[in-house]
Write a protein that binds this ligand. Structure first.
Ligand code: B3K
Ligand code: ZN
Length: 896
């Protein structure tokens, strides 16, 4: 059992174990309340390590029997520890057999073996295997698994585990069994089993080398018509990894299983990926374009882990970004390639930019705040109390940015060479981030020592830039500076290697060919400068007029760019920058400036109006018919509220919301004719298909509706009602509903009721219905607060605190995506938050900890809000039996 006072684990304390496991033979006698697990471990002494006992971790297990080479060990040779057992073994090898009993039905944590809709499912990453049986549950212990499952045939007609099916058959008493073998050694976190009532969509495919493989997507009865997109995505992923990295599927069979109760998105268990239904099931009537997109990228992500994570895994959990950052980078590249392919050659660059912008949005909204708060950590953390708290935007998204910078610095070919070398050295091993970067360095003959600082330093670096034009000699000197603000426990920061992609724009808007001082002729119009010290100058020569710099093109590094640009210059770049990411970014910067100024005025009770120049710049971008709709949907979307709050000091959610409302309403009203014209032009004819071009049109149209509805535009509201009623797919229906809900129109209630009536038996669609209401703004000052609605929805028949998707939809949306309502001045939201975190923690600490993190940056808020939040943080921390997950989050939030 874990105790209340979770100790801190340090990366520096890593030691290999004296005994590891070569083979494990597992037998499960599955029963909802009393499953018996028999495990035979072939243990081997590690000759490189000083002698010591076999270390077995165990959590909530009942040990029935333990033998060593067939005999019970002497009492002194077996010691019980707080979190497991220690057994003295003699010689070089030993067979340890352990029988344990577990209660899957009582397991509400969804870690280990648990029940969902009557079926058995597992989740072992990071440390769930120890909730199934005693084992050296660390990723550096890689064993070969054979698994026998025995269960009731009626209840669980399908029995799955990792690898290949060896045999199956009937047993007395209405039971049956299946025996599986995974030919590849793997760490315990990649073990999985499924025993449930499921149906399958299957396809045969050929790998690049001509092997035939069986692909399966397992879902509950009635959902087969929603499995096709996941299957297509899997096939696309296989092809992409073969093409891009020469990596093939290494098993004869690859399975995806959908389960309704799951803590996160999906899990890459070897050959048996287990997925949250949200990331598998899609058909036009129930899933939006965005759902289709997410399914494609999560299927790809888990599939890509087969090489980056499974074949080469992490030595210890501090190295998590080794597999996660790299795999996120791979799935991002995959999605960008898929979009570019669908868009065709001419529109490929814009399609890629749309994906890149999505990724940058996530980074800014989720990772930048993390880097600025009490949980700030390097992509490779130095310590943790609960590893589950470190599946963070930093490890994943910033981790992916670090890999992307390597890709930028080394080029596509150099990166590929590094990957090849990495696999040639480390296939079948558990390694570290240093091993990865060393392979990249060696393959490219480059010194990446300084680059490693990205793995060690927390905090978002500030990149300063200042340009100096010298008309006399036609030179432009760019002075770049960097500094990273201190983060908890890390006051000193050293300069990083920052790739800065730069372009210089001529007054007519064209890109200038770049010639650095000392070069004989001008080169490409976008160049990657490497900033390595606190300050560096780059002198461009041969220019005929003062250029406008376009920095960090494609968002070439995960930094905050501090560049002084007046409104005019931002408007110029919004209109002219040839780099679509920077064009979008210029619009974001301008919008941010306008919003923060409005918030400052409105917060002080002063009158405020949206500047005309901004409306003009915004309008020309949003209505530029030369740009494809998907890009315009990005350009016309305002910066995320979470990101804006971080940019505000102190953060005042009410003032920010007032500013956003005003801006939405103003843009809705002033551009009404444009939005209505778009709504006429954009509808996609014919049957729904998930295609990026169609999706772009639908996204822009739905955004137009949103602006119109926010402004209370009658024609716009009528259109939203009409489109809601007549919609032929979920994207249109939900887009229209969202526009109505984010307006003062009374039609919102009827529409919500109609939506509910239509989908009342569809769990995934109801998640959308919950989340829309939890995220609703107040469009009239005297309207009831959203908290009342959220509280009422807790009692809805479809809601359950035990289902993570429901919790994330209703509570997650309210706490994370509706700051103005959550932080209502009377503090009611904060009391509610504490009640919910405490209630959730008793069932599922991982889910509770995620909700708990919604208040970690509380010190950035106004003094009045801080005074309201602090006692609630303290109340949660004082709760008896609080999990290490939540206590780490709150403990750090309260630390001085
Ligand atoms: N590796 C899993 C995440 C496991 C989270 C454990 N708390 C999914 C993924 O990143 O692919
Ligand atoms: Zn992953």
């Amino acid at each position: 059992m874990k105790t209340e006072h979770a100790p801190t684990i340090h990366r520096a304390d890593y030691r290999p174990l004296p005994w590891t496991v070569e083979r494990i033979d597992l037998h499960f006698n599955l029963d909802p309340t009393a499953t018996v697990v028999t495990s035979r471990l072939n243990c081997v002494r590690n000759p490189e390590v000083e002698a010591g006992p076999l270390r077995l971790w165990g959590d909530t297990l009942e040990c029935l029997l333990l033998t060593v080479d067939g005999a019970e060990p002497a009492a002194a040779a077996l010691r019980e520890l707080e979190d497991g057992l220690e057994v003295d073994l003699a010689g070089e090898r030993a067979v340890v057999e352990i029988h344990t009993r577990i209660d899957p039905q009582a397991n509400t944590t969804l870690s280990g073996l648990y029940l969902s809709n009557g079926g058995f499912f597992t989740q072992c990453e990071a440390e769930g295997f120890r909730r199934i049986t005693y084992f050296p549950d660390r990723p550096d212990v890689m064993a070969r698994y054979t698994v026998t499952l025995e269960a009731d045939r009626e209840r669980c007609p399908v029995l799955l585990s990792n690898g290949n099916l060896l045999e199956q058959g009937e047993l007395p008493g209405g039971r049956h069994y299946a025996r599986w073998e995974d030919p590849f050694p793997k760490p315990s976190y990649l073990f999985a089993l499924v025993a449930a009532r499921l149906v399958v969509l299957e396809r045969k495919a050929q790998t690049a080398s001509g092997r035939e493989v069986l692909l399966q997507v397992w879902v509950e009865e009635g959902n087969l018509d929603r499995a096709g997109h996941a299957m297509d995505s899997l096939i696309h992923s296989m092809r992409w990894d073969e093409r891009t990295f020469g990596l093939e599927l290494d098993l004869d069979r690859f399975m995806i299983v959908a389960v309704a109760d799951f803590n996160m998105g999906a899990m890459e268990n070897k050959g048996l990926n287990i997925f949250n239904t949200k990331y598998v099931l899609a058909k036009p009537d129930t899933a939006t374009d965005v759902d289709y997109e997410h399914i494609e990228s999560v299927v790809a992500h888990e599939y890509f882990h087969n090489w980056t994570g499974n074949r080469v895994t992490c030595r210890d959990w501090f190295q998590l970004t080794l597999k996660e950052g790299l795999t996120v980078f791979r799935d991002q590249q995959f999605s960008a390639d898929m979009l570019a392919e669908a868009a065709g050659e001419e529109d490929a660059a814009s399609a890629r930019a749309v994906k890149r912008i999505d990724d940058v949005r996530v980074l800014r909204a989720a990772q930048f705040p993390e880097d600025a708060g009490p949980m700030a950590h390097p992509i490779r953390p130095d310590s943790y109390q609960e590893i589950n708290n470190f599946y963070t935007a930093t490890v994943y998204e910033k981790g992916a940015e670090v890999i992307r910078m390597l890709h930028t610095l080394l080029g596509t070919e150099g990166f590929r060479n590094g990957m090849d070398l990495y696999f040639s050295y480390h296939d079948g091993k558990a390694v570290t981030c240093d091993d990865f970067v060393d392979a990249m360095a060696e393959a490219n003959g480059r010194d990446l020592d300084q680059f490693m600082r990205w793995y060690a330093q927390a905090g978002t670096p500030r990149l300063g830039a200042r340009g100096e034009w010298n008309a006399a000699d036609g030179s432009y000197t760019l002075r770049l500076t960097q500094h990273t603000p201190p983060t908890p426990g890390q006051a000193e920061k050293l300069p990083l290697v920052i790739p800065v992609a730069v372009g210089l724009i001529a007054p007519d808007g064209s890109d200038l060919p770049l010639q650095l001082e000392g070069e004989s002729q001008p080169g490409a119009s976008t160049r990657v400068l490497e900033l390595k010290t606190a300050e560096q100058r780059f002198r461009f020569v041969g220019l005929s007029a003062e250029p406008v710099p376009s920095l960090l093109r494609g968002f070439s590094a995960p930094v905050l760019l501090e560049l002084e640009e007046d409104d005019e210059r931002l408007a110029f770049r919004m209109a002219k920058d040839s780099d679509p990411c920077n064009r979008w970014d210029a619009a974001q910067r301008y919008a941010e400036r306008v919003i923060l100024a409005l918030a400052a005025d409105l917060g002080q009770g002063r009158a405020a109006a949206v500047p005309e120049a901004f409306i003009r710049a915004f309008r020309s971008l949003a209505t530029d018919e030369a740009l494809d709709p998907a890009f315009r949907a990005q350009a016309a979307a305002l910066p995320a509220e979470g990101y804006l709050l971080e940019r505000m000091s102190p953060a005042d959610p009410a003032a920010l919301r007032a500013a956003l409302r005003l801006l939405y309403a103003t843009l809705g009203e002033r551009l009404a004719a444009d939005w209505l014209a778009l709504c006429e032009r954009l509808p996609v004819a014919g049957e729904y298909r998930y295609h990026p071009a169609d999706a772009g049109r639908r996204a822009l149209l739905n955004l137009a509706l949103r602006y119109l509805a926010a402004a209370g535009n009658e024609a716009g509201l009528a259109l939203a009602r009409q489109r809601f009623g007549a919609a032929g797919n979920m994207t249109d229906r939900f887009g229209a509903l969202a526009a109505l809900v984010q307006s003062a129109s009374p039609a919102r209630e009827d529409a919500l009721a109609a939506f509910h009536a239509r989908y009342k038996d569809d769990a995934l669609v109801l998640d959308k219905w919950f989340s829309l209401q939890a995220g609703a703004w107040r469009w009239q000052d005297d309207a009831p607060g959203t908290l009342l609605r959220v509280k009422a929805l807790l009692d809805d028949a479809a809601f359950s605190l035990s289902n993570p998707n429901k919790v994330y939809s209703l509570l997650g949306t309210f706490f994370r995506a509706n700051p103005a309502e959550f932080h209502a001045a009377d503090g009611s939201g904060h009391v509610f938050w504490a009640d919910m975190v405490i209630a959730l923690d008793a069932r599922n600490p991982q889910v509770a900890a995620r909700m708990a993190r919604a208040l970690e940056n509380w010190r950035r808020y106004t003094p009045a809000l801080q005074a309201s939040i602090r006692p609630q943080l303290e109340r949660v921390l004082a709760t008896k039996g609080l999990s290490p997950d939540v206590s780490e989050v709150i403990g750090k939030a309260l630390q001085d």
